[in-house]
Ligand binder design. Structure first.
Ligand code: ATP
Ligand code: MG
Length: 420
């Protein structure tokens, strides 16, 4: 991609109405556009990151047997009346009347929808287990929409729903989902704690949350660094400096961001929708359900919150919008300028041919300093500079975003390293 053609430009100044680091860097870097509080548009750079995150999520969901589908955001009131959540979620759910005075809501979550829809797919024990998921837009009237992509009023959620013949079937899958979640967050380059948390009105058992320690987080996690045991402060009787109940290590406390969670729903939703199956003897039994959420936008914001410096974002390789930021510095003298541009074009083509994703900064109106500052802000893992000076040494300058040291190498060594 040529940067001169990129839709979405970097901003020189941080946006005035943002406090969260992720919002400041992502808006300044041209990844997202703020439409209103808690409502963001993904521009091409941001969309590339989002799609990489989503791809990781899809691969891990498919690996545990998830079938992808896509449900509507519009929901009839009657559906939510069956579980009583039309009124219990009224504070956060967008509810309104259409022109014919019919009452509708925008989906804040999809347990009701899936419990209803599954009645067309689940009849017998032979139909179970079933696992479906979507990556879909949710709407919530969040009172604290000041955290950028971390807390949207319109936001993406990956929500998986599982259907089982028995509680033990649900239990077994629950831990499979946990393994998949750990892989997703690891692949996104995050360090996290799997915390015990309250199931709210769903269940008396603990549910599990995936918490990333970060000052910008809205949760508090009590954790043991040595054995990784952790609890959400909301349900914990532990406090800082206590002895870890699992390994006798020391409990610490820190702010954290919930990037995902897994819930055993039991039979609450299936009973409300008459979702049952016949067992081997023909007896009708309610289906056991679980639900498993991840916020891809929040995940992306979390990566920014924990992986940055004063100059900008430092993307982990697997979710970076591009692998290489190629910068050509042609200088003033015409002959050497054209040699620099020629070398840059040829490296750009050469890398593209090998499937390496390159953002090629071919902009002529910006100074070298501005272009380096943009590269640091955008945070692509490798910066490659070609200038008269590097050409004189028959080389290019390579710098990793996460490392202050730049080094010179030959073009072929550079291609070899970047295609590894
Ligand atoms: P929180 O406690 O942070 O409000 P939640 O417990 O309500 O989140 P769920 O309803 O279980 O979250 O949603 C599943 C996942 O969706 C969360 O783990 C989070 O990653 C993401 N998520 C929830 N709310 C938002 C939001 N407003 N904006 C962005 N992502 C969100
Ligand atoms: Mg929560």
């Amino acid at each position: 991609m040529r940067q001169s053609h990129l839709f979405g430009k970097t901003l020189r100044e941080p946006p005035k109405d943002e406090v969260a680091k992720n919002a400041i860097f992502l808006e300044r870097g041209g990844f997202i556009y703020k439409t209103m509080a808690g409502v963001y548009d993904y521009l091409p750079l941001g969309f590339r990151v989002l799609e990489k995150v989503n791809r990781i999520i899809r691969e891990e969901m498919n690996r545990i047997g998830g079938q992808e589908l896509l449900l509507s955001a519009f929901q009839p009131k009657e559906r939510w009346m069956k579980t009583g959540r039309w009124s219990s979620l009224a504070d956060i759910m967008y509810q309104f009347r259409d022109h014919s005075a019919r009452e509708l809501g925008l989906g804040a979550t999809h347990e009701e929808a899936l419990a209803e829809i599954a009645t067309r797919s689940i009849f017998s024990y032979r139909d179970l287990p079933l696992l479906v998921y979507q990556i879909q837009t949710k709407f919530r009237d969040e009172p604290r929409a000041k955290s950028g992509l971390m807390r949207g009023r319109e936001f993406l959620m990956k929500d998986l729903y599982s259907f089982h013949a028995s509680e033990s079937g649900l239990e077994e899958f629950y831990w499979k989902a946990d393994t998949a979640y750990r892989k997703i967050f690891e692949r996104c380059g995050l360090q996290f704690y799997v915390t015990e948390a309250s199931g709210g009105t769903f269940t008396k058992e603990f549910t599990h949350e995936y918490q990333v320690l970060a000052d910008a987080g809205e949760d508090w996690t009590l954790y043991c660094e040595s054995c990784k045991y952790a609890q959400n402060k909301e349900v914990s009787s532990l406090k800082a400096d206590d002895e870890c109940p699992k390994c006798k290590g020391k409990i610490q406390i820190a702010r954290s961001i919930e990037v995902g969670n897994i819930f055993k729903l039991g039979t609450k939703f299936s009973e409300a929708f008459g979702l049952s199956y016949s067992d081997e003897t023909g007896k009708k039994l309610p289906v056991w359900m679980g639900s498993y959420g991840i916020g891809p936008g929040r995940l992306m914001a979390t990566i920014v919150e924990v992986s940055n410096d004063e100059k900008g974002i430092i993307w982990p390789e697997r979710v970076a919008p591009f692998r290489v930021h190629l910068i050509a510095l042609p200088g003033k003298e015409e002959k050497s300028a054209s040699a620099v541009l020629k070398a840059a074009e040829s490296l750009y083509e050469g890398l593209a041919k090998k499937g390496v994703e390159v953002l090629y900064d071919d902009r002529t109106e910006k100074t070298a300093g501005e272009r380096f500052a943009d590269a640091d802000l955008i945070g692509i893992p490798y910066r490659v500079v070609i200038s008269e000076k590097t050409l004189e040494k028959k080389s290019v300058e390579v710098k990793e975003r996460a490392n202050p040291q730049a080094r010179l190498m030959t073009t072929s060594a550079c291609i070899k390293m970047l295609t590894k």
